[in-house]
Design a protein. Structure first.
Length: 157
């Protein structure tokens, strides 16, 4: 028993593929005319959004009305999160120090992981331990609270 014929057949004509409807007496399928395009509204906003690549727009720093940086925290590393923290100039200095410490810690961990690789099997147990996570979350909350100190009249920029 042979399989029934398919309804559509594709043939190449003049370097183009055409779809033929065999139930319609082998007539080529006609394209439906595109409807008239809608009136264009908000072209300026669309053009502005195209000037900035999406990845760059997502990574763009966010600032408050005075031009100070904002940090948006999450619950998994901040006990008081989610919240929005305004970074003061003193907070920026602390964050610069934190970046340097984090870079050095990552480099040390990479070297230690290479030299003492069997210890890497212990790290997931330490990271998933409830007590360890609670202590790390409390430490990060304390650090974020120090950054979130309100501005005084003498320190307002």
């Amino acid at each position: 028993m042979d399989a029934p014929r398919t309804r559509y057949r594709v043939v190449e004509r003049g370097r183009r593929l055409e779809v033929i409807d065999t139930w319609n007496h082998d007539a080529p399928v006609r394209r439906v005319a595109d409807p008239m395009p809608a009136a264009r509204h908000g072209l300026e906003a669309a053009a502005k959004s195209l000037r900035t690549p999406p990845v760059q727009a997502a990574r763009a720093p966010r600032f408050d009305q005075r031009g100070r940086g904002l940090i948006h925290t999450q619950r998994w590393y901040d006990d008081k999160g989610p919240r929005q923290i305004v970074v003061t100039p003193q907070g920026e200095e602390k964050l610069k120090g934190l970046r340097i410490v984090a870079l050095v810690a990552v480099l040390i961990l990479l070297v230690m992981g290479y030299l003492f690789w069997p210890l890497l099997f212990i790290v997931p147990f330490l990271a998933l331990n409830e007590g360890t996570r609670k202590n790390l979350r409390a430490a990060s909350t304390k650090f974020l609270d120090e950054i979130n100190q309100p501005l005084t009249d003498s320190s307002a920029g």
